[in-house]
Design a protein around this ligand. Structure first.
Ligand code: NAD
Length: 424
């Protein structure tokens, strides 16, 4: 009897530790029902990626978007890839009210992440939320809090963590291949022709105020009259985006945190501006050129981003005192030992150079398939999410610090006790 009680207690504890398993609630043969909020560029592609990642475990039963054209396009994709159509919604709250939906993917502009994620958690859904976690540091902490209260699985869309290349880099660093690391250089460079300005993504010619719900897009952002540029090119405006810092840089601060077991930097200085895309009619707010310097405890990240030359592509370079690891364009990983101008001791000199690419890991994508699958397996209680909200928040804080330092033209200091930024 005592044994039986112990066993029952153990099973109860194990069930709690394994997290809220949807499968237990829904029956072993049922698939996880997914609702998809935002089927724009990322969301449309994601509908296909999820099929590759977990077609046997999930089905997409509902989609929500505020532009009719994208809903129609997503329904076509549903039919071709999944073989079924989904219920459609314009108001995400109506989708969340559907009790048959277990989990949602949220792939909407940054300023909507906060309200949508919290509403989804309160509606009892598991959530995959795209990076950055939220539009401000305070909003990010709200999400972390709501996640803790909910007991649900949340995965933040920083998929580099699920890439075999970065896992390998982390392993090599742990093995001591590069020695001590005090310095990392990270960068993202892009270029495009003068008639194709950075982040001026195509506006569907059919989009009108009648088939596009501009007010729902605005959400809690400042009121604005219909403006298709703001709607389809939201990254260029502070009201909806932190620009380079929260769009691209967060991936890189996140993966540096991952590879080197770092969290939030002590300070950030940032500088830049709109240098390249200065067309007379271009009303963008966010810089196309940004440098940021992060200080940690005896550790430094030197970051740069420029949208006027892509010769060097993008990547992270880990400068150890005994060697260098580079991960470039989410494609290639190299290790090179230090030479010390010909005076390298044998144990360093004998470390073989390494050159690996995704193909060596049978990985065709940037890690997103694994990242999606890890989320679904976590919902099923079989894995732990690799990028839960506290991790997403740490990466986002670095991004927000760069935006705040740039906008205020002051050094942003992280006040660990108060969990907020001050300026020096
Ligand atoms: N992890 C990555 O590598 C990666 C890459 C690209 C984008 N992203 C992230 O994905 C998210 C979406 O980016 P995107 O490039 O697809 O933007 P997008 O503008 O192409 O798509 C956003 C979609 O949200 C819809 N939308 C706007 N307001 C809505 C609302 N109130 N309710 C429902 N739908 C609404 C729009 O109609 C559009 O279809 C962003 O957070 C972005 O940072 C991540």
């Amino acid at each position: 009897m005592a044994d039986e009680l112990n066993r029952r207690n153990f099973l109860k504890a194990a069930a709690i530790a394994a997290g809220p398993a949807v499968i237990a609630a829904r029956g072993a043969n049922e698939k996880v029902n997914i609702g998809w909020i935002g089927v724009g560029t990322r969301g449309y592609a994601g509908l296909g990626w999820l099929h590759t990642a977990a077609a046997n475990e999930v089905q997409v039963t509902a989609i929500c978007d505020t532009y009719e054209g994208y809903i129609a396009r997503a329904q076509d994709r549903m039919q071709t890839v999944w073989g079924n159509k989904a219920k459609t919604f314009v108001d995400y709250r109506e989708l969340l009210a559907d009790k048959s939906i277990d989990a949602v993917y949220i792939m909407t502009p940054e300023h909507l992440h906060h309200d949508m994620t919290i509403a989804a958690l309160q509606a009892g859904k598991h959530v995959y939320i795209e990076k950055p976690l939220a539009h401000t540091i305070e909003e990010g902490f709200d999400i972390v809090k709501a996640w803790k209260q909910s007991g649900k699985i949340v995965q933040v869309g920083t998929q580099n963590r699920s890439s075999a290349l970065y896992k390998k880099a982390k392993e090599l660093i742990k093995q001591g291949m590069v020695g001590d690391v005090h310095y990392v250089r990270a960068f993202w460079y892009r270029n495009s022709l003068p008639n194709d300005p950075a982040w001026r993504y195509a506006i569907p010619p059919e989009a009108t105020p009648q088939n596009t719900d501009f007010n729902r897009f605005l959400g809690t952002a400042p009121k604005h009259e219909w403006d298709p540029q703001r709607y389809f090119q939201w990254r260029l405006y502070w009201d909806y985006s932190g620009g380079i810092s929260t769009d691209l840089l967060v991936h890189q601060t996140d993966i540096v945190n991952f590879m080197l077991d770092k969290t939030v930097p002590k300070s950030c200085m940032a500088s830049g501006g709109i240098y390249r895309w200065t067309g007379k009619t271009d009303d963008r707010d966010v810089p196309d050129t940004l440098s940021a310097i992060y200080e940690y405890d005896k550790f430094h990240i030197n970051y740069s981003c420029y949208f006027g030359n892509d010769h060097y592509g993008y990547g992270e370079q880990i400068f150890g005192n005994e060697g260098t690891i580079e991960v470039m364009n989410r494609q290639d990983l190299t290790f090179t030992p230090e030479l010390y101008r010909g005076k390298a001791p044998d144990d360093i000199k004998n470390r073989k150079t390494i050159a690996l690419s995704r193909k060596d890991f049978n990985q065709t994508d940037d890690g997103v398939f694994n990242h999606f699958r890890n989320f679904i397996m976590s919902v099923l209680g079989k894995e732990q999410p690799i990028a839960p909200p506290p991790i997403g928040q740490q990466a986002a804080i670095s991004g927000h610090m760069a935006t705040l330092a740039f906008k205020n033209q002051k050094k942003a200091i992280w006040d660990e006790a108060a969990q907020k930024v001050t300026f020096a």
